[in-house]
Design a protein around this ligand. Structure first.
Ligand code: GTP
Length: 334
């Protein structure tokens, strides 16, 4: 089975991390987001993945030089300009000759969803589109559906006002599409699958939805990117996604205190430093005696510095003894 994965967004919410690494290539538990996502597709029967890219493919080509990722064959569809979600799916499907039922996934989403079960549901309902649903506390920032007991969707509402959503089950960003959906997408302009295409498929009684309780997170904002990392080291996810916090070749000084943290291969932590509930990415340097908590770090933290609730990109420099709390990541509720 083939899949199109959308990776053409700008990743603005994860800046400055995404100034140097495209969002899908940022690691979660030492493995790029896109590789974890594709591994789950492969477990569900996907063999060929087209990455729908809005701009430069070079970092992806460098990351997967043999054209394979997690057991799938990779192809690239590079849009002449970002075409938005439906425009990107259309471009990718036509560009790579997709001619039968295929999976579509939003490149930010990490889930343990059983893709084969979603495809089986799709076939059993003879759906044109099947959407995976997941429960959230506040659905107002997402797409929400009204559906009957068999899963037929009668209404798709993108970002309902608070309190107006018919349920707390949201569009979880993984779909099965029939090839016919492509013919619904106008050519030559930006088109949103959520705003234009799903409502049209609903009107023709072709959209079905399957809720599941599987692990699901949208890793596209700093607190959730941090959480996605913590979830693989705490083994909240299914077993294929477990990881150790510290990469075997990370450089740790003496008497380092590490709690609930991920330390990448290319990170260095000085003597007596303390790191809690944080992700130290490739290139991060934490000076001796520094304290880092609830943060994601690519840059350099001086000796004795105090860094809390921060997102520090590759260019960031925190001076020796400096305190920094940029509130990019909310303090965890106790
Ligand atoms: P932010 O800038 O932080 O909002 O992130 P984003 O640019 O990734 O946007 P968003 O999370 O809303 O996008 C949802 C998914 O669609 C992501 O996987 C994006 O990579 C993808 N996407 C959004 N717009 C485009 C586009 O024009 N082309 C392609 N190929 N993918 C897109």
């Amino acid at each position: 089975m083939r899949a199109v994965v959308l990776v053409g967004g700008f990743g603005t919410r994860l800046r400055p991390l995404t100034n140097s690494v495209p969002k899908p290539l940022l690691p979660v538990g030492h493995v790029p987001i896109i590789e974890r996502l594709i591994a789950n597709l492969v477990r569900g029967g996907v063999t060929d993945v087209t990455l729908a890219i809005g701009f430069k493919p070079e970092p992806f080509l460098a990351a997967f030089p043999d054209g394979r990722c997690a057991g799938a064959t990779l192809t690239y569809a590079v849009e002449p300009e970002p075409l938005d979600t439906a425009g990107a799916i259309r471009f990718a499907a036509i560009h790579t000759g997709i001619d039968s039922t295929f999976v579509v996934a939003n490149g930010d989403v990490l889930t343990d969803l059983d893709i084969a079960a979603l495809v089986a549901f799709h076939r059993s309902r003879k759906a044109e589109v099947t959407m995976h649903l997941t429960p959230v506390q506040d659905p107002s920032a997402f797409g929400v559906v009204d559906r009957d007991e068999n899963g037929l969707v009668s209404r798709f509402i993108e970002k309902p006002p608070p309190g107006a959503a018919p349920s707390n089950l949201i569009n979880a960003g993984t779909y099965v599409f029939e090839r016919s959906v492509i013919d619904r997408i106008p050519d030559g302009r930006k088109v949103s699958v959520e705003r234009e295409i799903f409502p049209a498929v609903v009107a023709d009684r072709g959209l079905w939805a399957l809720p599941t309780q599987d692990y699901w997170i949208d890793a596209g904002q700093p607190d959730l990117y941090l959480q996605a990392n913590l979830d693989v080291i705490s083994r909240r996810r299914a077993a294929p996604n477990w990881a150790d916090g510290v990469a075997p070749d990370a450089v740790l000084g003496d008497d380092v205190m590490l709690t609930d943290s991920v330390v990448a291969r290319g990170a260095v932590v000085g003597d007596g430093a303390s790191v809690a509930r944080s992700v130290l990415l490739d290139g991060a340097f934490v000076g001796a005696g520094a304290t880092v908590s609830n943060s994601v770090v690519m840059g350099r933290i001086g000796a004795g510095a105090l860094v809390t609730n921060c997102v520090l990109g590759a260019d960031a420099v925190i001076e020796d003894g400096e305190s920094r709390c940029d509130e990019r990541i909310p303090a965890p509720s106790t």
